[in-house]
Ligand binder design. Sequence first.
Ligand SMILES: Cc1cc2nc3c(=O)[nH]c(=O)nc-3n(C[C@H](O)[C@H](O)[C@H](O)COP(=O)(O)OP(=O)(O)OC[C@H]3O[C@@H](n4cnc5c(N)ncnc54)[C@H](O)[C@@H]3O)c2cc1C
Length: 353
Amino acid sequence: MTDTGKVAPFGGFSIAFAPDAPTPAAGGPTSIADRPERTDAKVVIVGSGPAGLTAAIYAARANLEPIVIAGSAPGGQLMLTSDVENYPGFPDGIQGPELMAAFRAQAERFGTQFADVDLDRVDFSSRPFRLWARGTEYRAQAVIVATGASAMWLGLDSETRLRGRGVSACATCDGFFFKDREIAVVGGGDTAFEEATYLTRFASKVHLLHRRDEFRASRIMVERARENPRIEIHTNTGIDEVLGDAKVDGLALRDTATGETRTMPIQGLFIAIGHRPNTEAFRDWLEVDAKGYLVVQDQTNSKVEGVFIAGDVHDHRYRQAITAAGDGCRAAIDAERWLEAEGITEANTLTAW
Ligand SMILES: Cc1cc2nc3c(=O)[nH]c(=O)nc-3n(C[C@H](O)[C@H](O)[C@H](O)COP(=O)(O)OP(=O)(O)OC[C@H]3O[C@@H](n4cnc5c(N)ncnc54)[C@H](O)[C@@H]3O)c2cc1C
């Protein structure tokens, strides 16, 4: 936290993901931008995770002078992890906050302006589009929505304290750190079963914990898990506390039917109880699917011409930094071409490669 009481975008990070990983150094700029110099832009990008910042780099290099409404937790989901080992270009891995600081510095280098505040509401009824964030009105000819999704957590203090120290919400990202370890996955839907099955590639044993006695997951997923000798399913099992000082070493469990308590020694806990896409500000204007994610039409377009969508806010299939960044690139190129086609910007080369 800064002395203004706000979370510094990239400063002061000291979480380490892998159970034995060293504490990462904080990286990158620590400044907070409350309000950019301008409030009118050809492109306003909402969100500052990999999708939003990649869109900013591309839009800025195409001379579109974008404004990024970065959110009150700038940097996105990678700020919640330390070792990122699957982002290309970093053979030794990179800390999540450091990677996002580099994205932001690159966007700033080409003239992107930032407001580290949450967007409250929008009016997409006519152009320029209008967006409001903490009392300031922004006007944009084109908008890129890249507000991502937030992983849902159990809400335990001990879970927050050990996040990045054995507690994760992304099996694809962090499973590798748990080779030959005994771990647990919590959840009862398809994602929990998928993640438990995936994690048996690394872990010696995976305990699947669910607080009810029935699963939301499809029968085939449940059957597959039951047949897997490395998975043990525990129903009626709630988590009271994640145990461990510097890293996870166990769970305090409660039988939700009898109230009986017990401990389970494990070295990792994967939370697989769902994601919440950050779409509140757009719900009156953009289409959402049954799970609450934004719906894209024809690559990155939304149903409102001039409003583009990128990253995890619509993608619940891949949910990776690289796919979100790729999406941000596509949305910026689509916005650029659209602005040219509308005669708002001069027809130029298609992209400033
Ligand atoms: C614990 C964890 C570890 C992970 N590890 C990896 C990994 O190792 N490798 C990998 O490839 N992926 C990893 N991921 C997944 C990866 O972080 C996401 O896929 C990626 O960050 C999605 O990028 P995004 O830009 O679409 O959204 P996000 O990263 O979610 O960013 C969304 C941004 O929008 C902002 N925002 C939201 N609402 C508003 C609003 N109303 N106004 C303004 N701004 C708003 C948020 O503050 C945030 O800045 C991990 C995820 C988690 C949770």
